[in-house]
Design a protein around this ligand. Sequence first.
Ligand code: SAM
Length: 281
Amino acid sequence: MYKEIDLFGGETARFAYKEISKKKNLFTDHDAFVEKFEAKKTTDDCYTPKAVFDLVLDYVNENCDLSGKKIIRPFFPGGDFEAIEYQPDHVVIDNPPFSIISKICRFYIANNVPFFLFAPHLTLFGSDIDCTHIVVGGNITYENGAVVKTSFLSNMFGDAKIIGDAELYEKFKKLEAFGKVALPKYEYPDNVVTVSGISWMVEKGVSIKIDKKSAKHCRGLASQKPHGKTIFGSGFLVSEKAAAEKAAAERAAAERAAAEKVNAMVWELSEREIQIIKSLG
Ligand SMILES: C[S@@+](CC[C@H](N)C(=O)[O-])C[C@H]1O[C@@H](n2cnc3c(N)ncnc32)[C@H](O)[C@@H]1O
């Protein structure tokens, strides 16, 4: 099964697997099969809000010739992108599981399937995939609340290896700013500790330790209840002493963040790298 999309974002679910005999369990219990694919949102899965998908669809439509093409979305729980019978008029535009993105791109390149895929921004250049790396780094708030810097990989942009697209970045920025997909940024009191708060400090090189006796697990504050909100990913209420230590660690992290900007390390090219660069067209 895969989802087929028209240029206006309308979706149709279709079945088209090859070598069905190898997958005989797929069709023995059709209802269970379909149910298995219905949105089971785990924290590992980042589902794409429609506004984000539409923006991407528009971008591809503006930059590539999609006339006469069928857009398909093969990635969903229980899906098997390798088993789909891709047709010559199929174009894959989707947000795939990032953990196997290199494998997915290589599969599509080897099978001449045109694709435009969401990709993890920070590791976009992690594998030398023979396609175009579209650097956007737009913050996308996925439906599970995760905010992930996202770029794209595509084999529909000819010889381009890297495209840094400021216009697309701006569009993502606006989309978040208009609040169409953005979650409100919450401010918590010092006595509330969230995983994102701690990881922000750790990323800035500031460690922190809070003892068991100083912390009580908390899924949400009473003040959030009337709004139907909870602490995203849960958190801990901490003692006054731990809260003061946390506040001090946050200040230290903020100072480090400011210092990092000033003391950027300058990396230089070796002779060999200079020669490689000279040899490039
Ligand atoms: C990042 S989520 C995105 C889901 C959806 N494409 C969207 O844009 O909202 C990736 C999905 O791919 C599914 N997936 C994992 N391995 C897959 C595979 N081999 N073939 C197809 N889908 C797969 C995951 O279960 C997950 O639902």
